[in-house]
Design a protein around this ligand. Structure first.
Ligand SMILES: Nc1ncnc2c1ncn2[C@@H]1O[C@H](COP(=O)(O)OP(=O)(O)O)[C@@H](O)[C@H]1O
Ligand SMILES: [Mg+2]
Length: 258
């Protein structure tokens, strides 16, 4: 296994005495694509925020390269589902991407080439001077992804980033993301409520289960996705292993067993 970038060790989260995440453990290695899947309300966002240092664990520990994490850091970029609110409406595409570099104290003359490169990468080269309201949802989400990539993070945390997009745009962005991750060798933790998306993108998938007993914590299980890359929207989704994993995960999430 490659170098471990992130360790989540028995992390448990309570809000006002109520346990919303039972102790959960996983590791993310350099270059790995890890998906977290589960129904709405099962604790996915909470887990991702804890893994990013945005929320403190009630017990257990998050470590990055072996060091305990208590706050967000620049090596970890976060992509939100709500791209509409994640972008500043009064800044252009270029200006929004620049924000990450300004925050990191990168001098102005270095910013421009880095922004141009990353916009080319995500297919927004011709749109640098547009404002968010002039862009489609898919382009807004690409802008947010560009803003993360420009920081050259080693780890990208994504919370249902494609959940609000139409199916075709979503598939296109899935394939682009998989390519970018392969090219840059960065690690991703990707949260989704869509089983197929999780299996299609992931090297591994963690399934969380909302317990039907009110207020009970969720249970996790982990699967390896041994389907070759590059993956393809048609052939991968007809691959026998894809169908087998989809069936097994569906049963687990719905019924608690395979
Ligand atoms: N800041 C908070 N305070 C209290 N309860 C919260 C807070 N954030 C989330 N919750 C609760 O924790 C549970 C898990 O939420 P969340 O992690 O957002 O689930 P998911 O992302 O899987 O939909 C939900 O019952 C939610 O209402
Ligand atoms: Mg959520």
């Amino acid at each position: 296994m490659n170098e471990v970038l992130l360790s989540v060790d028995d992390v448990r989260i309570c809000y006002e005495e109520r346990e919303v995440l039972s102790p959960t453990s996983f590791e993310v290695a350099r270059g790995e694509f890890l998906c977290i899947v589960g129904p709405s309300g099962c604790g996915k966002t909470t887990l991702l925020r804890a893994a990013s240092g945005l929320v403190r664990a009630s017990s257990g520990e998050v470590r990055r390269r072996g060091q305990p994490v208590n706050a967000p850091s620049r090596e970890v970029a976060f992509v939100f589902q709500d791209y509409g609110r994640a972008l500043l409406p009064w800044r252009t595409v270029e200006g929004n991407v620049s924000l990450a570099l300004e925050a990191a104290g990168v001098p102005p003359q270095e910013r421009e080439p880095r922004i141009a490169e990353v916009l080319r990468k995500v297919g927004l080269a011709g749109h640098a001077q547009k404002f968010p309201m002039q862009l489609s949802g898919g382009m807004q989400q690409r802008t947010q992804i560009a803003r993360c990539l420009v920081q050259k993070p080693e780890l990208m945390m994504m919370d249902e980033p494609f959940g609000a997009l139409d199916a075709l745009t979503r598939q296109g962005l899935q394939d682009e993301l998989a390519r970018l991750v392969r090219e840059d060798g960065l690690a991703v933790v990707f949260v989704t409520h869509d089983l197929e998306e999780a299996i299609y993108l992931g090297d591994r998938v963690i399934a969380l289960q909302a317990d039907p007993g009110l207020g009970r914590p969720s249970l996790a299980r982990m699967i390896d996705v041994k389907i070759p890359r590059p993956r393809d929207q048609l052939t991968t989704k007809e691959h026998p292993e894809f169908l087998r994993l989809r069936r097994a995960l569906f049963s687990f999430i719905e019924h608690g067993h395979e």
